[in-house]
Design a protein around this ligand. Structure first.
Ligand code: AHR
Length: 309
């Protein structure tokens, strides 16, 4: 990343800024907006030049962006992959071009893991486990059957797949606790509301007593639908979500949400650090996971004050 330049008869070392091409998957949620802002700010602070392409939930658009980064000979390519499958071909192209790839936020499912340097992002399975454990604990004195509705995120995305698996791995401990309804709502507030409205169109005795939403935005939409149906969110239906946006923590504090599992979007500094290490020829761990927590109603007020998104 350094080049020699001759100025007025002298050799001077001129720093060429490191260039990262980042394929962001979209702008579906408060989490995603915070993630994009974090990457932009961290690049600016580190003096790294950033080319950012928003793929609007389209994997083919992510492929186009990666090809464009290859044409422009960026130093490092970062990808936040919309879905986890189908990445081998494009990662091969980056490898052939000699450009290291960092996977950010969501993971990819490829056989040859040498196609990327590292994955920086949350442990989504563990997030599902935390939601499941909270529920088991909360329901320990409540007799079954306990019906759970699940609002999944984008079909085929790693957070949706893994949160669902982690959650199931825990709640299966009670055979009278059953996921009776499960549908994708794309991680968006509008879809969360729309799908929840549909899920509530069942006879009263089939209504869910619990909602597990794979992110805050869908939970926020669902809460509107629940209120419009004349029910009390957080009381008639226990609601769990993932992320920890300020809006969700406010609802937690208001008693309309019951628990929010943290997912950290502020990955920009880690990405910039990783890019610098790669360019300096250092090796990195294959997986980097930020520490995360779970927010309950008791802790909501305090947590809101420190929350960045
Ligand atoms: O990949 C992270 C997930 O994607 C966040 O939980 C969600 O809000 C986002 O859209």
């Amino acid at each position: 990343i350094q080049e020699w330049r001759r100025t007025s008869g002298e050799d001077v070392r001129a720093e060429k800024p490191l260039v990262i091409g980042f394929s962001q998957l979209g702008s579906e949620s408060a989490w995603r907006m915070a993630n994009t802002a974090s990457v932009r700010e961290a690049a600016k602070e580190s003096g790294i030049s950033l080319l950012l392409e928003n793929a609007e939930q389209s994997q083919p658009k992510q492929f186009e962006a990666v090809r464009e980064f290859i044409r422009r000979k960026v130093d490092v390519i970062a990808i936040a992959p919309v879905v986890e499958s189908g990445w081998s071909g494009i990662l091969q192209e980056a490898k052939l071009a000699g450009i290291p790839v960092v996977i950010l936020d969501r993971s990819v499912n490829v056989e040859d893991t040498s196609l990327f340097v590292t994955t920086i992002g949350s442990d989504f399975y563990e997030e599902g486990v935390k939601a499941g454990k909270y529920l088991l604990d909360r329901m320990q004195n409540q007799a079954g059957p306990i019906r759970i509705a699940e609002l999944q995120g984008t079909a085929g995305s790693s957070p949706s797949i893994q949160r669902g698996e982690g959650f199931r791995s825990v709640v299966k401990a009670r055979t009278d606790m059953v996921i009776t309804q499960s549908a994708p709502a794309d991680f968006t507030e509008n879809k969360g509301k729309e799908v929840m409205q549909e899920l509530l169109q069942v006879p009263v005795e089939e209504r869910p007593q619990v909602l597990f939403a794979h992110n805050d935005d869908m939970a926020i939409g669902a809460i509107e639908a629940i209120k419009e149906a004349g029910l009390r969110p957080g009381k008639d239906i226990v609601i769990l979500s993932v992320d920890g946006s300020r809006s969700a923590l406010q609802l937690l504090n208001d008693g309309e949400l019951n628990a929010v599992v943290e997912c950290n979007p502020l990955l920009g500094p880690l990405l910039m650090q990783a890019a610098k290490e790669i360019m300096a020829g250092r090796s990195l761990p294959k997986r980097m996971i930020p520490p995360e927590d779970i927010f309950t109603q008791e802790r909501a007020e305090h947590a809101i004050q420190n929350r960045k998104f």
